[in-house]
Design a protein around this ligand. Structure first.
Ligand code: SF4
Length: 120
């Protein structure tokens, strides 16, 4: 468990709430799950970290920061189109990988992952 996960508002919640038993985001059951987790995520102090993690690791299932897989694909399409997400991309992003894997820049330079790639 990483640092932000230890502070998650959902750490004591039923994990099944966050994983609807269907991949159809438009289904009634998926909507019910989203409505159930929204109040938990809205009071979560690490929701931005959670959303970034889900985006950066390409999570294809589950509700992360109350976003569905379809929501996250829309955010990634927005990034590709040069439209940053107001929450996930609020901080300066690494200029080398900001389109698909928007990691926070380190002092305005490349993210640690790109710094390692450059050094290799
Ligand atoms: S934003 Fe929601 S899913 Fe993410 S850690 Fe917080 S409570 Fe859990």
């Amino acid at each position: 468990m990483t640092g932000w996960q230890a502070r998650a508002a959902c750490r004591d919640a039923d994990p099944e709430l966050f994983f609807p038993p269907t991949d159809d985001d438009t289904s009634l059951i998926a909507a019910r799950h989203k409505m159930a987790v929204a109040p938990i995520c809205s009071r979560c102090q690490v929701s931005t970290d959670c959303l970034r993690w889900a985006l950066d690791t390409g999570q294809e299932h589950g509700l992360w920061a109350a976003t569905t897989p379809t929501d996250r694909r829309a955010i990634r399409r927005g990034r590709l189109a040069g439209v940053p997400d107001s929450v996930a991309d609020a901080e300066p992003m690494c200029p080398a990988c900001s389109l698909l894997f928007a990691l926070p820049a380190v002092d305005g330079d490349l993210c640690t992952r790109c710094q390692e790639r450059r050094a290799a």
